[in-house]
Ligand binder design. Sequence first.
Ligand code: GLA
Length: 378
Amino acid sequence: MKERSNLKSYLLGPLIIFSFLSCAEVTEHKPGLKDAYKEYFYIGAALNTSQYKGEDERAKPILETHFNSITPENDMKWENIHPEPDRFFFDNADQYVAFGEEKGMFIIAHALIWHQQTPNWVFEHEDGTPLTRDELLARMENHIKTIVGRYKGRIHGWDVVNEALNDDGTMRESPWYTIIGEDYVEKAFQFAHEADPDAELYYNDYNLPDPEKADGAIRLVKSIQEKGIKVSGIGMQGHYGFDYPTMEALETSILKFSELGVVAITELDIEVLPLAFEYMGADLNVRVDLADSLNPFTEGLPPEVEQQQLDTYKAMFEVFLKHSDKINRVTTWGVTDGDSWKNYWPIPGRTNYPLLFDRAGNEKRVVEELIRLAEEKK
Ligand code: GLA
């Protein structure tokens, strides 16, 4: 007996060591951004359809290693999820949520009420005449309650209203505002809360480090909260550049917003190309005179520009880390440079580099630096 058990341990020993090693090989993965920032905030990415469907092979390992929160880039916007008055389209959103659950992600939905990517019929009767306030409120309630209700308890946070403000902090005269009035925002939050009382509900907008717009957002959100209606906090989109915002303005606005609830950076990207707003929509194949100056990095990002972007990302993450007790999530708007909307906005056909991963799906140097930054804080 003794001999046999000895023989057994003789054979089993190496086997155990071998399987332990191979297991470690399989499960051990390089710590990513999400690990480095675990005790500070979620690291999120906006996903396109092929990414949450698992069809984008480049994105798969990146999502696995670096991200623990997701936002649907387009598939839960009104035009996609509710394309006709009596037709919702849930196939994609269902898969998006299932993907997030399978990966244990903090799942965000974007965006219930917005003036863009919302079909005209939303605001009109069949004959094209505008809806009344009550009719539009009923349509809004149906939209919000149908969608939020469907994913009750499964989606952690909703961008309830997107971009309701002008840059001077006044209300944008969108059809929501002109037909319903200023209280459309509070109604949207009320309907969302009724549909899922536990979900986080955010007001989301761009240029929020600008003091006038920040104060407008605070006025708006505060007035809703004072009526006892839940707004969990503010989503600062974060479409930033080398000179915008200043770190001081970024920090000041985070501090101000934190008095109202959670702060999330919801759509971070850092522009490296020349501003092109004045050429909005210009076709560079036609305007060849503009092509070189507006689209200078078709052959790759020069190291000094990459360095400048790295420094800017780092400076911003230093601010985020400093106020990590107030920030619950930092989400980039896209996964790799090739996915970014910045390749086609404000003019199409540019080669842009706004994100943390390059077109081939490789980490840019900034990723390691951001990981180091978080680790140095520990
Ligand atoms: C805004 C919206 C996003 C997205 C970006 C650009 O920031 O909130 O959904 O459309 O513009 O793509």
